[in-house]
Write a protein that binds this ligand. Structure first.
Ligand code: ADP
Ligand code: MG
Length: 240
């Protein structure tokens, strides 16, 4: 059985107006993503990686072209519709974690569920479940500033997963971590991939991209290459 497409992007462009000049950040990008793919997006600075992530993550709409997300065309949605789709379908992980520093891990992880209108008891149960899954079951009452960088990124990953999103998007998720901690975060992504999640990671580090099963390279707003990578699933003992 072939897996269903989560993302169908056709001839996507994004033009930014800078005074009198136009910046063609995306100049016609076409690609599909199926359920449970694990993709790394690479490319030099300014090649359009973040712009593409903003489109995929429903933070912004394209200038022209189509973006079909789980069967619905989000390219022409207004901000309110886009926010609704984003909250339901997308989990974001950022280089700088973007946590609320003065509130507990639990409160950070349950934030998307507040937007979704879930009742408090249910929220706490679900947020505790995902924090446990990322290895922070004994830290739920800690505040982010009482945690290491790697632990903070785990809180952000728990928050991204709490809604059961269709896609996990991570823009340079290891950019603020040392090599060893970054590798630990990539092992967590591997585990999430094994569990069936669809993951897209933006990185400029080849070692990080090497964890993915498909590498898409951007240059000057177009896809320069798009290659599958054969890599076996890691065994349980390699993930522990
Ligand atoms: P990357 O993430 O690969 O470094 P970006 O997507 O951030 O690339 O940027 C692609 C191009 O679009 C760059 O030339 C950048 O300067 C330009 N750009 C990005 N965001 C904006 C914006 N909000 N306004 C104007 N130009 C932008
Ligand atoms: Mg960027």
């Amino acid at each position: 059985m072939s897996k269903k497409p989560v993302i169908e992007i056709t001839e996507l462009t994004k033009v930014y107006q800078m005074g009198n000049t136009e910046v063609h950040a995306l100049a016609g990008v076409t690609f599909d993503v199926k359920e449970n793919e694990y993709i790394a997006i690479m490319g030099p600075s300014g090649s359009g990686k973040s712009t593409l992530m903003n489109m995929i993550g429903c933070l912004d709409t394209p200038t022209t072209g189509d973006y079909i997300l789980n069967g619905s065309n989000v390219s022409n949605m207004d901000d309110a519709e886009l926010a609704e789709v984003r909250n339901r379908e997308i989990g974001f992980v950022f280089q700088t974690f973007n946590l609320l520093p003065r509130t507990s891990c639990l409160a950070n992880a349950e934030l998307p569920l507040i937007y979704a209108g879930m009742k408090s008891a249910e929220r706490k149960e679900r947020a505790t479940e995902v924090l446990t899954k990322v290895g922070l079951g004994d830290r739920i009452d800690h505040k982010p500033n009482e945690l290491s960088g790697g632990q903070r990124q785990r809180v952000a990953i728990a928050r991204a997963l709490v809604n059961n999103p269709s896609i996990l998007l991570a823009d340079e998720p290891t950019g603020n971590l040392d090599t060893k901690t970054g590798e630990e975060i990539m092992l967590l992504f591997e585990e999430l991939y094994r569990q069936g999640n669809t993951i897209i990671v933006v990185t400029h580090e080849q070692e990080i991209a090497d964890h993915a099963r498909r590498i898409v390279r951007l240059r000057d707003g177009i896809i320069e290459s798009d290659e599958k990578v054969e890599r076996p699933l890691l065994a349980d003992h390699q993930l522990a």
